[in-house]
Design a binder for this molecule. Structure first.
Ligand code: NAD
Ligand code: AKB
Length: 316
């Protein structure tokens, strides 16, 4: 729990994770404690829940001034270009994903910030990593620009911790499934689209093959994991690059079958596109034993519970 003087800045607060993370941080620590920021207009769900500022994290000076003006002590950096969008414009993805992190790490060092959070992804792994139960430490040779930027980012996090004692923490999120805000251009987005199309049209055209297994997690678990990691005593953390974290693993065929239990008659067809190659390069499931041992990680949602909750909430 941040002490009385802590002030949190969420960068990229209007994205898929940012909206829910900001709302939960405000619920836990108080609305005035958490400043939301993004390039975009304030997300409707954030309106009236606490302070919002417009920020381009690529501008280090503006960010630095904001940190000083609001007496910021913790930063959650969520601005990024995700895997599928990244392949459309690799240089833009590299530039944003790297420079945003370096800007935050530099200001954290200069202003002695208490903590920084920056997410990595299962995208750090590549086709030569073990596919099942992919370990924390293994061959890591990503083949997407997004994965390369996450791997480089992990190295920078560990570097700033070891060299400057910047207390930066990170999770390698799997594909995240949620209903409050839209996904931002990833390969795992199919697992969200499928729910919307099941409800609105009764059928779904999957851009991944039926048997493509990927690690996935429901957003409430991801938000809880993030805050639990940030609240853990620094002495317990043995990973200063980014922790593997898991919850469930399923294929398009399996999630379709689960949805069919609630929406009989729902149908799916498969029309793989360029995102199939990205998915094929990623793990099918993740070994997160270090997260379990170091800070007690335990997921609450499996495919059945997540599917039921998604459908109830989307149908409201
Ligand atoms: P998103 O695309 O939904 O949100 C990113 C937000 O950053 C957007 O609101 C965007 O407007 C903002 N942004 C972009 N450029 C900016 C800039 N220059 N300055 C300020 N804000 C800017 O992404 P997300 O899904 O919420 O992901 C957040 C983080 O989590 C990313 O680092 C992503 O790689 C990581 N991650 C996400 C998932 C997932 O399934 N969503 C999985 C693994 C890792
Ligand atoms: C993506 O598909 O790009 C993201 C991720 C797993 O990092 N959801």
């Amino acid at each position: 729990m941040p002490n009385r003087d802590q002030k949190i800045l969420v960068v990229g607060a209007c994205g898929q994770i940012g909206v829910e993370l900001t709302l939960q941080l405000r619920k836990m620590y108080g609305e005035g404690v958490v400043i939301a920021s993004d390039l975009r207009e304030e997300h409707p769900l954030l309106k009236g829940t606490g302070p919002y500022v417009s920020l381009d994290i690529m501008n280090k000076e503006t960010f630095h001034v904001l940190v000083l003006r609001y007496n910021i002590t913790q930063v959650y950096l969520l601005a990024a270009i995700l895997s599928a969008t990244g392949e459309k414009n690799p240089m833009l993805a590299w530039h944003l994903n790297m420079q945003s992190l370096l800007n935050v790490l530099e200001v954290a060092k200069e202003e002695n910030l208490a903590k920084v959070y920056w997410p990595s992804s299962i995208a750090v792994f590549g086709p030569d990593s073990p596919k099942e139960n992919t370990p924390q430490h293994t061959i890591i040779e990503p083949t997407t620009v997004y994965g390369i930027s996450k791997l480089a980012g992990e190295r920078w996090c560990e570097y700033y911790w070891k060299r400057y004692k910047v207390d930066v923490r990170s999770l390698r999120y799997p594909g995240l499934i949620s209903y409050k805000s839209q996904p931002g251009g990833g390969t795992t987005d199919y697992a969200i689209e499928i729910f919307h199309d099941a409800i609105n049209r009764g059928n779904y055209i999957s851009f991944l093959k039926e048997s493509t297994y990927l690690p996935m997690m429901y957003m409430p678990d991801a938000i809880r994991a993030t805050i639990e990691l940030m609240e853990t005593d620094a002495s317990k953390l043995t990973v200063r690059s980014s922790y593997n974290i898991g919850a469930m693993s399923f294929s398009p065929r399996e999630i379709a079958a689960e949805i069919t239990k609630h929406i009989p008659g729902f149908s799916i067809v498969y029309s793989p596109d360029n995102r199939q190659k990205i998915a094929d390069s990623w793990p099918a499931s993740i070994d997160d034993s270090l997260a379990k041992n170091d800070w007690g990680w335990k997921p609450e949602y499996d495919i059945e519970r997540m599917t039921a909750d998604m459908l109830v909430n989307l149908m409201k």
